[in-house]
Ligand binder design. Structure first.
Ligand code: SF4
Ligand code: SF4
Length: 506
């Protein structure tokens, strides 16, 4: 026992509404374990005086380890490497922007800068040539064994009346390839598109409503200044009725923080809540895009306001974007008897998302489209292929194990290092993690969902742990995993160690 110590990635947290117990949460190995409160001092001192059964369990799960801090960081890098090499890395999401143009002039829009580029640039839509090249490249990805999970229709506003030809092309081309669509729309012209929106062809539509009528209309108005609220709400009813799934998003900063709390009542009044295909959520705007920094709010502030306005904890967690994400990620780890989801990268921009603008320029992050410094490549129209430049690996290589201020973070594989753009704005580099209020959110969510899981199951071991792999792998196999470029070779190695690998290799 003398050689063991608590993993650098362990946190000791309370277990909500459970007497006499505590939670060991390891956000790198994905191990969540219930232990007697009375054993905490012993656990902190490396397991001395623990009974053998508990000691063995905590070793097996990766809470009590022999590795130095440096060796544990290498463990995190190994798991990141596995994440890249496991088959689910073959997944891709492609975001297609039929136009930069938009019929709205939202006061907080991060794409506002595009308006400075002039009407001609703004007004044009994706040409047939670019569309053909994009779908030829998609076919090539499919031939290579990549799985295009979703195509997003994004803009500007993708569903402008003037874009219908392009949008129809994209919808049909996706349907032919059995790719489900997601559409991010302001919802204003949805009625013009209702005839071509097939519920089975779409995963969901994301529509933004920023508050009750008088507040929404001041924030999300038409280019001519008129309000948009009533028309959007009518269109939401229309698409819900047709059976399309709607994710209604509310962007929140200080100026609408309190007024949006009336929205759930409005959803109820309009009958939205009776549709199983309706879901709403609140999202704090990205702080670095606010002209007035005082208008930025944190996710924590938003969550606290939701509770202060009478929302119960379960509802607030479900409908606050960051808290909901943590609930799903850690919830996934404790729900299944398989390996916990790994999340070494913060978002799709660093993992599996690619954005094509109307001219065929490529980005990884959809919040910085049209900003030249963030392009990662272009569409070669002659060869009908995407070509990447040296910015691309900077994004795809940004995982939390490589960010200096994340190396010590016990939430590393749940957070993934935070938003790269926020980091770039705050520190002048994407190579630092941006925490925001992630840690506070984690400490709010995890004791709650683990407490519920424990009360329901009575199990001490909540879900799997990646320490299965770390604890058994030979140095030689580790080195091969770090160096191989072959998914097949990596999978053959991993299959030897991962007892419950079937669920991962499906
Ligand atoms: S890098 Fe930041 S702004 Fe871009 S998609 Fe990721 S979380 Fe969003
Ligand atoms: S950004 Fe912050 S919370 Fe996220 S992994 Fe890095 S240190 Fe942890």
């Amino acid at each position: 026992m003398a050689d063991y110590h608590l993993s650098r990635y362990d946190m000791i947290l309370p277990l909500e509404e459970v007497e006499g117990k505590a939670l060991l949460a390891n956000g790198v190995y994905g191990a969540y374990d219930v232990v007697p409160l009375s054993c905490i001092d012993s656990i902190k001192s490396g397991g001395e005086w623990l009974d053998e059964e508990l000691f063995e369990r905590l070793k097996k799960r990766g809470h009590l380890v022999k590795e130095s801090a440096e060796e544990e960081l290498k463990n995190a890098s190994l798991l990141t490497r596995c994440w890249w090499l496991l088959p689910y890395r073959a997944i891709m999401d492609l975001v297609i922007m039929p136009t930069y143009n938009c019929n709205f002039r939202c006061d907080y829009c991060y794409e506002r800068k595009r308006l400075e580029k002039g009407n001609e640039w703004l007004g044009h839509s994706m040409s047939d040539e670019v569309l053909d090249a994009v779908f030829d490249q998609i076919d090539e990805y499919i031939r290579q064994g990549r799985h295009i999970r979703n195509v997003f229709l994004y803009g500007g506003e993708p569903l402008l009346r003037t874009n219908k030809k392009q949008v129809e092309y994209i919808i049909n081309a996706c349907h032919d390839r059995e790719i489900k669509l997601i559409c991010v729309t302001n919802g204003y012209d949805l009625d013009q598109y209702i005839d071509i929106l097939e519920p089975d062809w779409f995963d969901f539509l994301q529509i933004t409503v920023d508050g009750p009528k008088e507040v929404h209309d001041k924030r999300r108005f038409l280019a001519g200044g008129q309000g948009s609220y009533e028309k959007i709400m009518k269109n939401i009813s229309l698409v819900l009725e047709k059976g399309l799934r709607v994710h209604l998003r509310t962007n929140i900063n200080r100026s609408n923080l309190e007024s949006v709390m009336e929205l759930p009542k409005e959803f109820e009044k309009r009958g939205f809540l009776k549709y199983p295909n309706f879901y709403w959520y609140f999202k704090a705007t990205i702080g670095c895009f606010e002209d007035d920094p005082n208008n930025a709010i944190t996710d924590l502030e938003m969550y606290e306001t939701m509770k202060a306005f009478g929302m119960d904890k379960k509802t607030a967690l479900q409908h606050c974007m960051l808290y909901g994400q943590i609930t799903r990620r850690v919830g996934g780890a404790i729900a299944a008897e398989t390996y916990p989801p790994l999340r070494p990268a913060a978002c799709g921009a660093e993992a599996d998302m690619l954005v094509v603008d109307p001219d065929g320029k490529l980005y990884t992050c959809w919040d910085v489209v049209s900003m030249e410094e963030y392009t990662v490549g272009y569409t070669d129209l002659e060869a009908k292929r995407f070509r990447f430049d040296l910015n691309f690996p900077k994004w795809r290589g940004r995982t939390a194990d490589r960010l200096e201020n994340c190396a010590d973070c016990p939430m590393m594989m749940v957070c993934g290092g935070g938003c790269a753009i926020e980091s770039d704005h705050a520190y002048g580099t994407m190579d630092k993690g941006f925490c925001g209020t992630f840690k506070e959110a984690f400490e709010e969510v995890v004791p709650y969902i683990c407490g519920n899981k424990y009360k329901e199951s009575g199990e001490d071991e909540l879900g799997g742990s990646w320490y299965d792999l770390i604890g058994n792998i030979t140095d030689e196999d580790k080195e091969t995993l770090f160096s191989t470029m072959s998914q097949l070779e990596a999978q053959d190695i991993l299959k030897k160690y991962l007892r419950r690998y079937k669920r991962i290799f499906r």
